[in-house]
Design a protein around this ligand. Structure first.
Ligand SMILES: C[S@@+](CC[C@H](N)C(=O)[O-])C[C@H]1O[C@@H](n2cnc3c(N)ncnc32)[C@H](O)[C@@H]1O
Length: 214
């Protein structure tokens, strides 16, 4: 059993009020935030007309970048408060649909082969280690064959790198962070290859490509 206790949903609801301001001034976990989001948009090769799924959409910062590139976005998030803030930032003509969903990485609610890209930033580390393989399978399931899953998040190369970072950075709390060695194996089981780019000592943009095998 993991000793991690996920914050109750209401903690994200409360954080929503000042989320955008708080991350703008955070050089720790959210260092190079804007570049990480741009890195995900680039890695996912977002283009006009694409149908994009953003999991853990939060206040829609990534979703709005995808829309600026001409994509239609569905954003899923468990936090009603985050979605309220997201709705304040988009007008009725913006092609973003926001949906509250209890466990959006584990059950997106969409049929196989629906999306041209599945993207996410700073949310995958809220999925428990035990269920990360299920989440990887679910993202691949709803992705059209040959397309891209792109994730920006707090990620470590392996368990040792995570332990060293936890000791080094007092702003880093223990959470079920992904490890690249495990993610590579999980995507490889699905016939997909993972490319990884480090942005800060704790954050990476990763993207999986290749024809998935269900
Ligand atoms: C740090 S915020 C990131 C928001 C946004 N993607 C961004 O890059 O600014 C984390 C988001 O993940 C959502 N979240 C929390 N637990 C989650 C889970 N198990 N699955 C998906 N999203 C989750 C939170 O409600 C919150 O909106």
């Amino acid at each position: 059993m993991s000793d991690h206790v996920d914050p109750p949903e209401c903690s994200f609801d409360k954080w929503a009020e000042n989320y955008d301001n708080s991350i703008a001034s955070d050089d720790g976990c959210f260092g190079r935030y804007e570049e990480v989001l741009d890195g995900v948009v680039e890695a996912a090769r977002i283009q006009p007309g694409m149908q994009v799924l953003d999991i853990g959409v939060g206040t829609a910062n990534l979703a709005l970048r995808c829309v600026a590139r001409g994509a239609d976005v569905i954003g899923l998030d468990p936090s009603a408060g985050m979605l309220v803030k997201a709705r304040e930032k988009i007008d009725q003509h913006t092609s973003i649909q926001l949906i509250q969903s209890a466990q959006p990485f584990l059950s997106t609610g969409y049929p196989d082969d629906t999306f041209d890209a599945v993207v996410s930033t700073y949310a995958f580390h809220h999925v428990e280690h035990e269920t990360k393989p299920d989440a990887v399978r679910e993202m691949a399931r709803v992705l059209k064959p040959g397309d891209v899953i792109a994730i920006g998040d707090l990620i470590f190369e392996d368990a040792q790198a995570e332990e060293e970072a936890l000791q080094k950075y007092d702003w880093l709390d223990k959470e079920p962070f992904s490890r690249l060695d495990e993610l590579r194996a999980e995507f490889s089981h699905l016939g997909m290859t993972l490319d990884c780019h480090r942005f800060t000592p704790v954050s990476w943009v990763i993207h999986a490509t290749g024809i998935k095998q269900n």
